[in-house]
Design a protein around this ligand. Structure first.
Ligand SMILES: [Zn+2]
Length: 255
């Protein structure tokens, strides 16, 4: 609306009084149209679907090459039961926190992610709680406090290692999201509203420490039966849109 008004003031100056009056009417109808478009976007799911597709694309289907240029990726996800172990510094109460997040992830993915003891043989995620400074030192990255590495084949994940600094236990959901197939971070590109996420940078206003409504939607979409591991980005985007158009509830901005 502000942009439309500014444009029309420019026209008035160039075209004289009569044209200025016309421009004022045009500005008013533009404003009304803008109002109508705004009202429509609150009820029409399609712009929300565009944002949700852009969100999933940025986090899961795009790969960053070493030169910084993004390239197309493919669906990476787990297929079967996943055993999760916790190692390292003992933090009282933390395993209950992990179990709660895993229960939520299990519900949204339809796959069991369960805490176990010992060294499981099949698909597994190892969470290592490290003394402060150890993560940064072991990866040679001075600002690293938490880090996840995943290993898979043809898009099917088999193993992930999550390192969490003992002083940054609130990384958990962020790292779990990396571990289940969302490699990238959320910088808010290509969407028309604020989209909150555990994968936004720590200082971003969009950052959440627990899974946001948008994160949950993205997880459910990536783990829909039609999103087979290894599906190339172009096809995955078409399928994601189809899945999202069937969703009855799309999160509001900032949720
Ligand atoms: Zn991260």
């Amino acid at each position: 609306m502000i942009e439309g008004g500014a444009r029309n003031r420019g026209y008035g100056g160039r075209l004289g009084r009569q044209a200025a009056a016309f421009a004022a009417v045009a500005a008013l109808s533009l404003a009304l149209l803008a109002g109508a478009a705004e009202a429509r976007s609150r009820t029409d799911p399609e712009p929300m679907v565009d944002d949700a597709v852009a969100f999933i694309d940025a986090l899961a289907l795009t790969r960053e090459k070493t030169g910084g240029l993004p390239e197309s990726g493919w669906v990476r996800r787990w297929r079967g039961p996943v055993a999760v172990t916790i190692e390292g510094v003992a933090v009282p109460g933390f395993s209950a926190v992990v179990a709660r997040s895993l229960a939520r992830v299990s519900e949204w993915t339809g796959l069991p992610f369960r805490l176990t003891d010992g060294a499981p043989a099949g698909d597994r995620i190892v969470i290592r709680i490290r003394h402060h400074g150890v993560v940064a030192a072991s990866y040679g990255m001075s600002d690293a406090v938490c880090l996840t590495s995943t290993y898979g084949e043809d898009g099917t994940l088999h193993r992930a290692t999550i390192d969490i600094s003992e002083r940054y236990l609130d990384c958990l959901d962020h790292e779990l999201m990396h571990a289940i197939g969302f490699n990238n971070h959320w910088h808010g590109d290509g969407v028309r509203r604020h989209v909150a996420s555990v994968l936004a940078p720590r200082r971003s206003p969009d950052r959440r420490s627990a899974f946001s409504a948008w994160d949950i939607l993205a997880i459910k979409t990536l783990y829909d039966a039609s999103m087979a591991p290894g599906t190339e980005r172009a096809e995955a985007l078409i399928r994601a849109r189809a899945i999202l158009l069937e969703q009855t509830v799309i999160p509001a901005a900032g949720e």
